[in-house]
Design a protein around this ligand. Sequence first.
Ligand code: GCU
Length: 709
Amino acid sequence: SSQPHSQLWLSYRPVSAGYAVHASARFQELVCPETGDLALAGVSPLWRACEELLAGLEGMLGRRPSRVNATGTAPALLLQLQPSSPDDAISGAAERSLAWPPSPADEGYSIHLNTLHTVISSRSPQGVLYGAFELLRRLRREDPGALAGGGEVVRSAPSAPLRHWDLWDNLDGSVERGYAGPWQHRFDVAAARSSVVYPLGQQRDEQRAHDLARLLASVGINGIGWSNVNACDHGNQHLLSSRNIASMRALVALFYSYGIHSFLTPCFDSPQIVGGLFTSNPQVPEVKAWWAKKIEEVAGAFGDAFRGLVFKGNTEGQPGPGSHGMSQLQGANFFAELLEEVGAICIWRAFSHPEGGVDQALYQFQRFENWDGEARWNVALKIKNGPYDFQVREPVHSLFGHLSNTSLILEFQAAQEYFGHAKHLVALPSQWSSYLGFDLSSRFPPYNVQTLAQVASGGIGRMPFSGIAAVSNIGTSRNWTGHVFSAVNTYGFGRLAWTPTTPAADIMREWVEVTFPRSSSYAVSVLTRMLQRSWEVYENYTSSLGWGFACAANHYDLDDMDRRRHTDHRASATHIGYPRNAGGGYASTYNAKVAARFQSIEQCPEELLLSFHQVPYTHRLRTKNNSTVLEWIYRSHMSGVNAAEGFVTDWLAIEGHVDLGSYPGDAFVDITTRLEIGASDAAAFAKSIREYFETLTGCGLRDGRLQCH
Ligand code: GCU
């Protein structure tokens, strides 16, 4: 039934002959220990590590190592499980003697390159698996260091305990904000029939599901959310039916064998919809009893693979505690109490829209600012990177600097909802790493620096279930992500979540090298450079200076742009920007040092100027060649269009130098077409923006100079 799909960065095609000879001499035998403890359905990540190494070494080196029980005189690769140390357990979780989440130290690994043997060891089975994938990555890149024998050691451990991948798949087979649908629809909005895991009415492609687990584990993902946060539509309201739970068991077990825990996102009204009760009001004893039983049922079916429920309540039409006079906090605590019984957590999403003319940023802050000390120990608040909605550039959400005794999960979006829907080239690791490195400063002396990455890794307070999550960009298209280049966002997310301080450029280069392995080094540089520039280029031809919400898709919706005058960019004939700098405004919700910076028009980073300040169009920008704001709006759009056109030229110039062997079909043509669409959309966006602001202000750019009538 299945069309061949790409193996992306796990395509184990041969390395060059010279390297293969050296490498296969070093890996003649493979020693795998018997088992590990993470076993549901009998398969542990240790076993997966062995399987993966056998397949990878055979594919890349042309010779399958023999599997032996102990080392002899032949050079071997050994997998080793070491005892874990109680000292490293995560505080908070340890107090409750919870075996989960695994401590980063336990999930870390080392690779010892001894004279004769190579040893991958970890204190956890999944740590061994991560080490195996790291070795395979090094071999894929033909790293001579991976074959060294001088006692060298590679060590690595993740920063954040939770590293989650969130599918927004619907049980009806579509994907919310899915742009990677069936091949024949590749240039339409491809949400329908694009779910890899819920192929409505059809047999699931098991190989695909299996490969998804491998791809995610290979970059260190250890948790998955299976379905859309809009949990009461598209068939999702039946997620908790006994039939669905039973049918998901094999999938949950499969992912668990790769060290990936499962989280379910049920509809708040499940007691009525699934249970047939007359209400879903949690204050009614029957409702509480129903949830308790249901949670037991899920935990019974999924075992230790089940680690929690995720809720989005009372926003965008979803029911929630507010529907019954309860606060968000009461709702989260209600579920957390029930989930505690099975050692699981309640993940509560902070994203929400206000009613009326309230500032969304301020609204979200106020909705959750008092959770410290109030939320139960096993609640984690999941917060988008910024307070708007995955825009091209936002300030880091102020809740991250504010809460310190509530577990916080940082939520990114790999799906390109506001980034040209996987038709445009946008490599998000640059954006993500700029957020992760942002210094929120601390409210707690003696600490004064606290980056977002540190918060997401557990911060300086008590936040045992902190972590980093991304909304998936995966679909059924044969290349998985719609745009071949969008896979850098899947890969890059995992690698950044593992080590948030890695420079984005390194991650993107690594992705290029493992995905297009036999390319010329010139082509690798060109590609890496394209990826590196793409975020800024996209920002230039959509919305610079942090005004946000200008572009949703493959078209510029000027009506929407105009409607958002009231809620977002606040553009008038003479001024633009949202004055969040005023006393009591959103800027004041940051810790003092950060607040002062955002509130000052001189110190506010100019990329975010219009997020905090309302300025006249004549305001001069110190970091943009002294352009005025209006000049910069026009100029940045022009430069964005030029750069998007340049991507097409750059790409065509490396034809024949890029190894596209990981992809089925004519990937070169497909990529070219998408880059061309990106360039022509960019031109259309820029034209719309020019017309919009010319009409609004009466001023336009002629021959590089502003002229008003
Ligand atoms: C955005 C997105 C929705 C999504 C929502 C959320 O508004 O467009 O599809 O449901 O975010 O994150 O809850």
